[in-house]
Write a protein that binds this ligand. Structure first.
Ligand SMILES: C[S@@+](CC[C@H](N)C(=O)[O-])C[C@H]1O[C@@H](n2cnc3c(N)ncnc32)[C@H](O)[C@@H]1O
Length: 220
């Protein structure tokens, strides 16, 4: 089970700051323990749906909702289920986003070689899952590619901006991948024709970023 940590708290804070409309219909995608669903229900959402593909997460989120007497619907599933229940006024998501070089793989946080195996499909679908005037908040690491997320959301017709960021020390998973992450950073700097620092020693922190995507009321 993914225990709520800095990214979960940063997203919960961003949800509060966003001033979600009272009575909103909210989706917590990749709910884990249900922390964001609980945040939304407590903040006055009219309906909260929490989705996760892991049976253990679904069980835990249900227990957390039930023990707090919060009317949260927790379902097992991914984007297919989200589509059946759309549109939403607000979507919050802390998806798996850690770049994984191969080998041992943990679906709670690992997300393919560039960290985008869940973020990419989510970015493509967010504009379609939102009601006009609705918004989404997604958290991920700088190593996952903030510009790519912004571009994908904009390509889908959403207005997208960074609304919160926090620099945090590497946890054990990131620390174990320092060399791989350094390589990723240098590769993307090379793509962008940016000079890399030859003697960069260790990287020990990452910036965690919350991105907001707004679906305009009117298109065209
Ligand atoms: C980083 S944890 C976030 C948990 C919680 N939202 C939080 O902020 O603490 C990511 C969660 O996404 C779930 N997950 C992974 N891939 C998914 C997918 N394709 N669709 C739905 N949930 C997924 C995992 O089971 C895990 O519980």
């Amino acid at each position: 089970m993914y225990r709520p940590q800095e990214d979960s708290w940063l997203l919960a804070q961003a949800y509060g700051s966003a001033g979600p409309p009272p009575g909103a219909k909210v989706l917590d995608f990749c709910t884990g323990t249900g922390i964001l669903a609980v945040t939304a229900a407590r903040a006055g959402a009219e309906s909260v749906t929490a989705l996760d593909i892991a049976p253990r997460a679904v069980f835990t989120a249900r227990l957390n909702a039930w023990s707090r007497r919060l009317p949260i619907r927790v379902l097992r599933g991914g984007l297919g289920v989200a589509h059946r229940l759309a549109p939403f006024d607000v979507i919050v998501s802390n998806p798996p986003y850690v770049p994984a070089p191969g080998g041992a793989y943990d679906p709670r946080w690992d997300a393919g070689p560039n960290g985008r195996s869940v973020v990419d499909p989510l970015c493509r679908e967010i504009p379609k899952l939102l009601r006009p005037g609705g918004f989404a908040l997604v958290v991920h690491s700088e190593f996952t590619g903030v510009d790519t997320t912004l571009e994908m959301l904009r390509a889908g017709g959403a207005k997208a901006t960074v609304v919160a960021r926090e620099r945090i020390p590497f946890g054990p998973v990131m620390r174990s991948r320092t060399e791989y992450l350094k390589q990723l950073r240098n590769d993307s700097a090379a793509d962008a024709s940016v000079l890399t620092v030859e003697n960069e020693t260790e990287i020990e922190t990452e910036e965690v970023v919350v991105i907001r995507a707004d679906r305009p009321e009117h298109t065209g």
